[in-house]
Design a protein around this ligand. Structure first.
Ligand code: G3I
Length: 345
């Protein structure tokens, strides 16, 4: 038996992955055995989002969600639900909800129907996803516009009512950055003060080779857990490509979509960057281990590089290498570096 991430970290925290529709439907046997070997927690990358499970006001479609939950149960995995209240990937009819009465009715029906259906099966939920702007203020979503801030506590209360035992998370990106972190802390405190149950904070972890710093990530773990909530890293990946806004001055105009600089490693990741990625993952997991008593789960946003959303964002059609497995399902140095932290002990 070769080692696996989930076994190596068994006594520390869950090691999760996000599954595409094809992976849920087990279209590729080799990929499936890799998933079952390496991971003990799953999140649906897309298929539980509002537009998929609730395409019309009076119509739910749980075909794929049922398969996702059955997959997790069959393999005795921790099952995470993503996501109930999010401004993105809404069905068109939801975007048109214009007043508080209609929005209240929507939230009640949506949360109650989905959470009750998987009561006792889905272990934790992203109840609210990405409600904050970068400066820590609340995003002008259709929810905020129709209901005001109250929608936040309402969402948590509705989820608690539908499944009192499910763990409820607030999930967002960049909430390890100081301003947005302050916003997330205020948001969680407020929901709790208003009688809502929040069990955890999900730090998505869409990170870069050089940032955020280990210090900021550590501060975040400490400050969030001081609120009495669990910390999960819910969508971890590390881009190795430049973002257009990171390029300066003249570079920007020369480096738009399709240019070599925007897709610098179309065939393979050079060893030097491969090593940097491995070092970056090692220092992140070293920190996670230091605070394992505060961390419930670390989930990668995808099984392998070929599947990653980062091949299409912020520019379509790039070749990115953000995960521990490459597109041919071979493990990378990053994988070894995560595993070695446990084996050398
Ligand atoms: O399913 C359709 C397919 O039928 C169609 O042919 C194809 C053409 O573009 O699109 C497919 O849908 C795509 C979907 O992923 C499934 O592959 C959408 O265009 C695409 O926009 C969608 O992207 C997802 C993105 O969320 C949408 O916001 C990514 O896969 C998914 O990884 C990403 O995940 C988010 C988390 O939910 C929240 N946090 C940030 C994270 C990264 O953006």
């Amino acid at each position: 038996e070769t080692p696996s991430l989930k076994d190596a970290y068994k006594s520390d925290f869950y090691i999760g992955t996000a599954l595409s529709a094809d992976q849920i439907e087990v279209k590729n046997a080799k990929e499936d055995s890799l998933i079952r070997k390496e991971f003990n927690a799953i999140t649906a990358e897309n298929i539980m989002k509002s537009m998929y499970v609730h395409p019309q006001k009076d119509k739910y479609d749980f075909t794929l969600a049922d398969k996702f939950v059955a997959y997790g149960e069959k393999n005795k995995m921790f099952i995470h639900g993503h996501t109930l209240i999010w401004h993105s990937q809404l069905a068109p009819w939801m975007e048109k909800i214009a007043d508080s009465t209609e929005m209240k009715a929507f939230m009640q029906d949506h949360i109650n129907t989905i959470v009750s259906k998987y009561k006792g099966k889905i272990n934790s939920w992203d109840v609210v996803n990405e409600a904050l702007n970068e400066d820590g203020t609340l995003r002008q979503s259709v929810f905020l516009k129709t209901l005001g801030e109250k929608y936040l506590v309402d969402a948590f209360k509705l989820a608690t009512k539908a499944d009192p035992k499910a763990e409820l998370y607030y999930n967002d990106y960049n909430i390890e950055e100081p301003a947005k972190r302050a916003g997330a802390i205020a948001l969680i405190k407020k929901i709790k003060a208003e009688g809502g149950k929040v069990d955890g904070v999900g730090i998505q972890g869409h990170w870069r080779l050089g940032s955020p710093s280990i210090e900021e990530i550590e501060k975040s773990i400490l400050e969030y857990s001081a609120l009495g909530v669990k910390v999960a890293f819910t969508e971890l990946d590390i881009t190795v490509l430049p973002n257009p806004w990171d390029l300066k001055g003249a570079e920007i105009s020369q480096n738009f979509e399709g240019s070599a600089k925007m897709n610098p490693y179309p065939k393979a990741l050079p060893d030097s960057i491969q090593n940097k990625l491995a070092e970056r993952y090692a220092s992140i997991f070293k920190l996670f281990l230091k605070h394992k008593d505060k961390i419930s789960r670390v989930t990668f946003w995808g099984v392998h590089d070929g599947q990653s959303w980062l091949n299409d964002w912020p520019i379509k059609g790039r070749t990115n290498y953000p995960l521990p497995f490459d597109a041919t399902l071979r493990h990378k140095k990053a994988y070894d570096s995560i595993l070695n932290l446990k084996e050398t002990k």
